[in-house]
Every structure is written in C-alpha cells, then in structure tokens.
Design a protein around this ligand. Structure first.
Ligand code: SF4
Length: 439
C-alpha cells in the first residue's frame, strides 16, 4: 500500500500560512508524506483565507484545475479548509469543482481522519463546527533546518466585531492557550535553532481572557523573555483599545522584546472609527503612541489604514492624513474598503464610489512613502543590532538581516554570518530597506 502523499496550497494571511504549517506537521506525524509537486499528490489540501468575491473565484478556478488531475488519478482526494470553507460550508460542495471534504479553522486536527473516511467510504464530508479547547492550537510546526524565526499561536478568534470584519464569524470567539504550552513550544523551537519568535493572534492584547491561571499578555511576555537562548520577541496583531500601560512599559524594560509594534489605526476620524465599531477614538490612539514613544523613543510603529469606508467624507479622509502627519508611521498597510458578506458595514449607507476610493488610496500611499523614506533616512549614522537572515535578494555578494525595529538591512559580509547577530553602521536609507556596514 503506497503512503499517502499530500500537497498543500495556501491562500491569504500569515495566520493561514501558520495553520498550513501546523496541518503539514500533523499530517507528517500521522504517516503522510508532503510533496511540492501537485502532480505526485494523492491528497490536495487547499487552505483559503479571504471571502472576497474576486479572491473566492480565483480559489474556485484553482480547485477546478486540481480536479482535472482526477482524470489520470481517480483516487485523488481534494479537501478545502480555512475561511472560505467556513463561510460557504456545504454550499462549497455544490459548486461542483470536485471537492471531497470541507474543514473549518477549528477542524484542522480532524483532517487525517476525514481523508481516511473519504478514501474508505467515498461521499463528501463537511466539518465547520466551532469548538473550544481547539487541539490544533497546540500543534507546533516543525522548524525547517536553519529557521531563525518562528510564529507561535498564543490565541485565536476575536470578540471585537469591527463592523467590516468577518473574522469573528469565521474564526469564532477568542480562546487563549495555557501559558505553559506556549513556553514549552518556544523552548522546543529554541532547541532547534530558532532565535526570534512572533506571537500570533487576532488580538494578542486580550490574551489570557477565559484562562483560569489569571494571566495577561504582559505577564506572558515577561515569562517568554526569561527563556534562555531566545533572542527576540515580536507579536501581532495588537488592538489599540487593549494596549495596556503594563504592556507598553514592557518595551522599556524587557531586553528581548523588539522595539517594534504593529498597531492598526484604520481611520483618523472619530465618526468613522465609531461606525467601524473600533472601540477607541483618535485621541486614545494618539495617546497610546505618545506613551509608547515616551517609554521607548526608538520604537518603530507600523499600522493598517482603510479608505472609503461607508460615510467617509473628504473631511474624514483628511483627518486620516492629518493623523499620519502627526504620527509618521514607519510603515503602513493600506486598503480600500470592500464589502464582506455577513458584516454590519454592508448595511451602512453613504457608500464611497470606487473611483474616489482609489484616489484617496493613492494620496494616502504617496504620503506614507514620504514618511517611510524619511524614517529610514533618519537611521543613517546610527549603529543597530541586526539578525542576519541570509543572502540579500538584491545582490548575491551581499547579506541581509533585520533590525529589532523590523527594517531590512543589506550589507557586504561573509555567508558565515547567517544566523549571527551583528552590529551594523547604517550608511543609507531607502523606501524598502537600509544599507549598512559591519562596525
Ligand atoms: S479586532 Fe481585528 S480580527 Fe477582530 S473584528 Fe476587528 S478587525 Fe476583525
């Protein structure tokens, strides 16, 4: 009997990439073998993320192409998971693209069993149930040889219900992992060469809610900081309304906590923030950033912003630009608002025309480019600590690494520096990277 060979295709965000890594680890532990060549696979798993119509169509077309492989391999099993699967559930099977089973984000650990049921009995299976005590949270993706960085899930789900967001409907309510499981996982990763961990969750700042151990996120970070051999700690994503003074103070005090925070602000107008149900005002957000910079003057701040939310007037949009001028983010991920089925924002009036959304996005991105360049140029002349990740993408003669503030630095140096922490003197700042010299 040949072993089951599986192939995973992942669409979407970092959370999904991590889910796929967990899934792959679990499958291998269960006796499956992973391939990078889809034509060799006996099982194809498609992990989906966005439910935007355009992306959904792309995913469906891709699954249709996988189905064609069934012509030469009738025993091929195709499973579809992630947010699209959660959202469409049984109706995904009716799309007639050859799907054998559908699994939601809470059913990752059920995948091997679902494959075996399909192989034995045939017939389609759907498991999109929400569960508590999700077993897959505890699956640690096996580090690849030479991996310096790893993601560690500390919680999942979200209780916030921002009016534009599908996550609470698709990933369920917040659930935190016991701290000892997280610490054990990080120790395991460090023992396999990992030096930097990024703690993952939809809203890491509310970590601990619902756990009996009475722990909060700033306590967890303090415990992780004490792990021998670990050099750097990052986390994502933070909700501004849950960013406590305690956590902010950790930036000034814990040596392994990197001077970088991703803190989505979304909009600079209080009326838009209220329509988005974000739970903070522009003034709250500005005060948080001011405090972060007080305790940690070198901290880099990145953010998310959305333009064209229903009801956003020209004055509201200008308030967003004005807030960017005050804060001067190091980096910004910006988007045009797009409707997500099942969210409250779909029913909001005063929709912004597509052309106007594009105009606003262009203006916002041009402003951010100016700020990013300015922040990067301000690094020139400083000496910074860099974790060397490998050969630079720009030139095979250069190495590249990342500062604690999450900026990429290219520099001339030997390959043997891979995995080492070095001090670099910054000589130039560009839009997407810095240039440095060994000091
Ligand atoms: S906090 Fe983030 S994940 Fe939760 S509803 Fe808002 S945007 Fe979605």
């Amino acid at each position: 009997m040949p072993r089951n060979i599986f192939y995973i295709r992942t669409f979407g965000c970092q959370m999904n990439v991590h889910d796929s890594d967990q899934l792959a680890t679990m499958m291998v532990d269960d006796g499956f073998e992973q391939t990078e060549d889809v034509r060799q696979a006996q099982v194809i798993l498609v992990n989906t993320c966005s439910i935007r119509e355009k992306v959904a169509q792309k995913i469906i077309s891709q699954i249709g192409r996988y189905r064609q492989l069934k012509e030469n391999n009738p025993d091929l099993v195709i499973g579809v998971g992630g947010c699209l699967a959660q959202h469409w559930g049984t109706s995904l099977l009716k799309k007639n693209v050859g799907i054998d089973f559908v699994f939601g984000p809470h059913a990752l650990d059920k995948v091997p069993e679902m494959i075996s049921r399909v192989q034995k009995r045939g017939g389609a299976i759907v498991d999109t149930a929400f569960r508590t005590g999700i077993t897959s949270l505890n699956i640690c993706p096996r580090p690849h040889n030479g991996d310096l960085q790893a993601f560690v899930t500390i919680m999942q789900g979200c209780d916030n219900f921002c009016s534009y967001c599908v996550v609470p409907n698709l990933r369920g309510r917040e659930e935190s992992r016991p701290s000892q499981d997280i610490i054990n996982e990080i120790r395991f990763l460090v023992a396999h060469g990992v030096k930097e961990v990024t703690l993952l969750g939809q809203n890491v700042n509310s970590y601990g809610k619902g756990l009996d151990e009475g722990i909060c996120f700033s306590d967890l970070i303090k415990s992780i900081d004490a792990i021998d051999g670990l050099e750097r700690i990052r986390f994502t994503t933070s909700h501004p309304k849950d960013l406590t003074d305690d956590l902010v103070d950790r930036f000034g005090k814990l040596g392994k906590l990197c001077e970088y925070i991703h803190l989505p602000f979304q909009a600079g107008s209080n009326s838009i923030l209220a329509r988005m149900n974000r739970g903070y005002t522009r003034e709250d957000y500005l005060a948080r950033v001011e405090r972060l910079r007080e305790v940690c003057p070198d901290i880099a701040v990145s953010s998310d912003a959305m333009v064209g939310f229903p009801g956003e007037t020209t004055a509201d949009f200008e308030a967003t630009l004005e807030m960017m001028e005050i804060i001067r983010f190091d980096n910004l991920f910006s988007f045009k608002y797009s409707e997500r089925e099942g969210t409250k924002a779909v029913s909001l009036d005063q929709k912004v025309p597509e052309k106007e959304k594009s105009r606003r996005l262009n203006l916002l991105q041009a402003l951010q480019d100016r700020h990013t360049l300015e922040r990067n140029k301000a690094m020139v002349g400083k000496t910074v600590e860099v974790l060397v990740e490998g050969i630079s993408k720009n030139s095979s003669k250069d190495m590249m690494g990342r500062t604690r503030t999450n900026k990429i630095v290219n520099f001339r140096g030997p390959e043997q520096l891979h995995g080492k922490t070095v001090n670099l003197h910054i000589t130039a700042g560009y839009l997407h990277s810095l240039r440095g010299e060994l000091s």
